[in-house]
Ligand binder design. Structure first.
Ligand code: 9G3
Length: 568
């Protein structure tokens, strides 16, 4: 490819809307262009990277028996009605109607579609396990698309669906894909870590998210520095904390006037107590029913855990009117004593002695509240968000946190979709059984963007060899110099003959401009054909990742470069 012909409009300046390194460089290096919020075009260099990521994915999916299909983007609403999910995602689902006024959506995922696809033709245990996958556009109308390909409204996803005869079969599919993901991300040059996650509305019980630790991440991951434990904060277990159970005996309860002080910060300052001595009482509506959730003042409630504990499908903070009804006080004075609604308390609350909490009376709190004597919890559970410093639930070492970009996830679905859509098979005894499903996704564009997040410097991208758009750029310092130009062309041709993906910068530009573009786009290898090296019969090879420079005799350059590429 000649640089003068390559359509890669590089930008000197950083476009205002790009806050993230990967977003910034994908625009500046001419890989993508924005068509609308969260909707992008891939230009030649960007598409070459995407196709390489996809090729790695296809190889690894094939290794675990995955067969590629391609399902439609336009999906009939009936399937989503059958599983009851047509309205679950509200405005996030792109909906449309055809000329006959029939309803469709642009597929945000394909559980319904694939289950419908196979249910009438997968009828026997002999056909299992079946692992089908596709690499297809997905559509989700994100409220705030941002960070380029990291959070788009149209994005390329590899999604695989497994169909097994029983839980054991599902387990085999799940872990086969889990380990395939470890290989895929490693081959893409990405340091991605599997973390335990909450399976949320998707159903099933086990799920892992593959996270790329980056400040731009939108998921908080808690992980242990001493063992392999890592979990999305939505799911992270909090090991038993050193109980704040002060030895002191239980003092009599005492109401204190705390006019207008409603937050933990205000209470601790006003009463001169620690947050660890306070009980935070929050009133929620679980499927419309009020419930009180208690956590220690220095902890945060984990709503995902609370919802899982209550088994409700809707969970939201109660509105002020409900809080007034339930606590006889405005927001900020709620407490467990005398509450007539069910109380769910985090384990740490039950360890507390002489706690401070709301008095369920305007402008009053109450001191020396003791569980058992002054109130009882209907349920005690781990409902707090684990936080850095908590003991690792596996080995006890302190947890640390980091932001992560989710590039993949693996889910055990069980029969959630096969039951709803009556996708069954006959076992050896001719007995009808529901198919046991799993689903597994990778964000293809997100993976490429995450690679840039982890592989860039201030000059631009440092592509790993495996997914670089091209391996080599040949840069003659001056195309006007006969010897440099002839040598550069000869090297370019020799590399092409050796199946190397090579670009020749044939532009009549100042060297600095050419070097800047080479560094911005991030070709892993740059061959500079300049007067000094040539006078010694050499050319200079620069490795983008390390900056290493080596003088290499012109007649050895092809072998030298092929060797670097083969090492990856
Ligand atoms: C929707 C909309 C958004 C969604 C979903 C449905 C996320 C939805 C979860 C999944 C689970 C797995 C197969 C590949 C891997 C992920 N956002 N999810 O189901 F209608 Cl608008 O997609 N699906």
């Amino acid at each position: 490819m000649l640089m003068s012909q390559l359509y890669a409009p590089t930008l000197r300046e950083t476009p205002a809307e790009a806050e993230l390194a990967s977003h910034r460089f994908m625009l500046r290096a001419g890989l993508i262009r924005r068509s609308a919020a969260g909707v992008y075009s891939f230009l030649p260099l960007g598409l070459r990277v995407i196709r390489k990521v996809e090729a790695i994915i296809r190889e690894e999916m094939s290794k675990i028996g995955g067969q590629e299909v391609l399902m439609p983007i336009v999906q009939p609403a009936e399937l989503w009605h059958a599983t009851g999910r047509w309205n679950d995602y509200g405005d996030e689902m792109f909906r449309l109607v055809d000329r006959h006024n029939r309803q469709f959506c642009l597929g945000p995922t394909h559980e319904e579609l694939i289950t419908d696809l196979i249910r009438s033709e997968v009828r026997s245990y002999r056909q299992l396990p079946l692992r089908l996958y596709q690499i297809q556009n997905k559509y989700r109308d994100e409220i705030r698309p941002r960070f380029g390909l990291i959070r788009g409204r149209e994005f390329i996803m590899k999604d695989m669906y497994s169909f097994d005869r029983d839980e054991q079969g599902l387990d085999e599919s799940y872990w086969a894909c889990y380990h395939a993901y470890e290989r895929i991300f490693a081959r893409c040059g990405l340091d991605a870590r599997p973390v335990e996650a909450d399976s949320g509305a998707i159903g099933g019980d086990v799920t892992h998210e593959f996270m790329v630790l980056a400040d731009a991440g939108e998921d908080l991951v808690l992980y242990c520095t001493s063992c392999e434990y890592a979990a999305n904060v939505e799911r992270a277990e909090a090991g038993p904390v050193a109980s704040a159970k002060a030895a002191g005996e239980q003092l009599p309860m005492e109401e204190v006037a705390t006019p207008g002080t409603t937050t933990i910060q205000e209470i601790t300052a006003f009463l001169g107590v620690e947050a660890t001595q306070c009980i935070k009482t929050m009133i929620y509506l679980a499927d419309g029913e009020p419930v009180a959730a208690l956590v220690r003042g220095d902890h945060e409630l984990n709503e995902v855990k609370l919802q899982r504990l209550l088994g409700c499908s809707q969970l939201e903070l109660a509105d002020p009117e409900t809080i007034a009804q339930v606590t006889n006080a405005p927001v900020g004075f709620a407490g467990p004593v005398g509450l007539a609604v069910p109380i769910v308390a985090d384990h740490a609350v039950l360890e507390m002695v002489n706690a401070v909490t709301g008095a369920n009376k305007a402008d009053y709190h109450v001191k020396n509240v003791n569980v058992g004597r002054d109130f009882n919890a209907d349920k005690a559970a781990d409902i707090r968000a684990a936080q850095p410093g908590d003991p690792c639930p596996t080995c006890g070492a302190p947890l640390t946190s980091a932001w992560g970009i989710e590039v993949g996830q693996v889910f055990k679905l069980g029969t959630k979709y096969s039951a709803a859509l009556k996708a069954t098979f006959l076992d050896e005894n001719g007995k009808e059984q529901p198919l046991i499903m799993g689903c597994y996704g990778i964000g293809v564009g997100r993976t490429a963007a995450a690679v840039i997040e982890q592989n860039h410097d201030e000059h631009g991208i440092c592509w790993p060899m495996s997914i670089a758009p091209y391996h080599v750029i040949v840069v003659p310092v001056s195309v006007k110099d006969e010897q440099q130009w002839e040598t550069a062309q000869a090297i370019y041709k020799a590399l092409q003959d050796a199946q190397v993906e090579v670009v020749l910068d044939d532009r009549d530009e100042r060297p600095g401009v050419k070097f800047k573009d080479a560094d911005l786009i991030g070709f892993p290898i740059r061959i500079t054909v300049g007067p000094k090296s040539l006078s010694q019969g050499n050319v200079e090879v620069t490795l983008r990742k390390t900056g290493d420079r080596t003088e290499v005799p012109v007649h050895q350059i092809t072998e030298y470069v092929v060797n670097i590429i083969s090492k990856g």
